[in-house]
Every structure is written in structure tokens, then in C-alpha cells.
Design a protein around this ligand. Sequence first.
Ligand SMILES: NC(=O)c1ccc[n+]([C@@H]2O[C@H](COP(=O)([O-])OP(=O)(O)OC[C@H]3O[C@@H](n4cnc5c(N)ncnc54)[C@H](OP(=O)(O)O)[C@@H]3O)[C@@H](O)[C@H]2O)c1
Length: 314
Amino acid sequence: MSTIPTVLPLNSGHEIPVVGLGTYKSSSGEVGEAVKYAIQIGYRHIDCAWMYANEAEIGHVLKEILDEGSIKREDLFIVTKLWNNFHARELVVEKLKESLSLLNLTYIDLYLIHWPMGFKENADPLPNDPSAYTDIDYVETWKGMEECVDQGLAKSIGLSNFNEEQITRYLVLENCRIRPAVNQIEVNPNLNQKDLIGFCKEREIVVTGYCPLGRAAQSQVTPGYPVSTLLDQKVVEMGKKYGKTAAQVVLRYLISLGIAVIPKSVNENRIQENIQIFDFDLDPEDISYLDSRNTGQRIATLVAYKDHKYYPFR
Ligand SMILES: NC(=O)c1ccc[n+]([C@@H]2O[C@H](COP(=O)([O-])OP(=O)(O)OC[C@H]3O[C@@H](n4cnc5c(N)ncnc54)[C@H](OP(=O)(O)O)[C@@H]3O)[C@@H](O)[C@H]2O)c1
């Protein structure tokens, strides 16, 4: 069996666990239990964001777990993200402090710029009027991110939803003192992102894949969503051959691309299922089939902001 590591090294000297728990749309009353259960059964990586508005409940559970003592802070890898309204350099440290306070932590393992586009500080977080846009350069925002590391508030810093050209502006123009450790982007069989993953790898940037399950249930009922590969009967049948579910087949396929994945679930069986992906191999013909599903269709487009100067998906 080919062994896939359970952690990936970061250019910051730290390591990111390959499977993490997503928390977007994990609602209040559910997210805390999900995080608690995930950590109990061996998850160490939890993906959060200020924008998900559930950091306080996660923080409550983290405090409980750390106070109890069997898991130490250094065993966990907690990620959070800076939302678009706070791209002004002087707001970055302040907003991380706010997330840390909600999460009951003194430092974050990885802080990400959630999207390259900036909005005015007092605008709606998802504004529907272009007058709310700012053209604050994300390179300026990055200086604030570097200050988070300088102040010991973040172990590693990175990007999310940045394209090749935007990453190049940091690296080639040497606009950064501290290199981005991670780019968190949508990755699933419909959008396998092999080119961007390769580009990031060459620059020692680890990719974390979000929407790895293609939001299976929503993809059936949401107009415009690409249909998740989990619903493909061929993938369901493939799973039976290995004694695995379609979700496990897809997650195994994704981690074999050399990336981390952060499937979201608030259901104990599915949380468990999503991390039991290190004990089987996919046959070459199954990998070829999954490769052939790469239609390039994207779930998380934020297309309403396509006219923003820094919109990444043109
Ligand atoms: N950086 C960004 O801009 C960005 C954007 C989107 C997402 N993210 C992060 O990535 C995480 C994952 O993405 P996502 O939540 O959008 O989508 P996802 O993980 O692809 O799909 C989540 C959906 O799949 C269901 N599910 C979970 N495990 C399953 C399984 N084994 N079999 C069948 N269905 C299963 C979940 O329902 P149950 O909860 O009922 O199990 C939920 O409805 C987010 O939670 C968030 O942390 C980041």
C-alpha cells in the first residue's frame, strides 16, 4: 500500500495535519459537539473563520478540552481567517486578537487572508453594492499578517482563494518578508486544481482543499451547483470494492494529490468516515476515472464580486 503522510511540512517549520474538520455552516448548538467529537477520535486540525460566526462555540469547547489536560495546545492545529472588511494593514492584528479571544487561544497555528478582495470596514460582510469595495492591495494586508507572526499571535500565515498571478506578486516581486505557507482553495474531483497545486508545490506552498466533498447534499438541490462526485453511482460502486464510501474514495483521491483536506460535518458517523482514509489504495483505473471528472466547475465563486479589482477567478 502506498503510504500517505498524515501531516505535511510547511515552509514556516511547522506541520499541517492532512485531514481537518471544516466548520462553515456548522450551526450553533452543533459545531461545538462536532469539534469535541472530532478531537476525541483523532482530528487535530480544525478549520475556522471569523466569517463563519461560530468561533465562540468552538472556543468554548477548545477551552474545555485543553483544561481537561489530555490534549495539549501544541497537539492541535487551529486555523482561522481574516475577512474581506479588514484588509487595512492596521486592522489585521486587531482582528486576529478578536478571533483568538473567541477561540480562547493565545495563538493561532495558521492565519489566512480569506479572499484577495477587500471591502470597506463598515460595509456589510457580503455587500451587494460595488461602492463597498476597497482597492487596498493585499500585499499591504500581508504586512499586517507578518506582524501577527512577529507578535507571536500566528505560527504560520497564508492565503485563501489566491490565483497564480496573485501569489506571484508576493514571491517574485519579493513583496513578502515571511512567505505564505498555505493557499486554501476549492479542490474536489470536479475542480482538481492540479495546475495550481503544482504551481504552489514548486514554491513550497501547501494547498488545503476546501469543499472536498462538493457539498454533496446541497449540490443536488442548489441551482447552479456542480453535482458532487459523491452522487456518482460509479464512485459509489467503486467504494464498495474497497469497503469504503464514495466520500472516502474522493477524500483518498484528493490527499493523494499531496494536499490537506477539510471536510465539514456535524454528524459523528460522517466525521469518523472522513478521517478513515489512510488504510486503502485506489486502483489506477479508478484514479483515471476520478481524473476524468475534472470539468473545472466551481462551487465557491463569489461571482457577485467579479468586477472587483482583485477578484481571483477570471
Ligand atoms: N477558504 C474558503 O473560502 C472556504 C470556502 C468554503 C469552505 N471552506 C472550508 O472548507 C470546509 C469544507 O467545505 P464545505 O463545508 O463548503 O463543503 P464539503 O466539506 O465539501 O461538504 C460539506 C457537506 O457534506 C456533508 N458531508 C460531510 N461528510 C459527508 C460524508 N462522509 N458523506 C456524505 N456527506 C457528507 C455535510 O453534511 P453533514 O454536516 O450533515 O455531515 C455537508 O452538508 C468548510 O466547512 C470550511 O471550513 C473554506
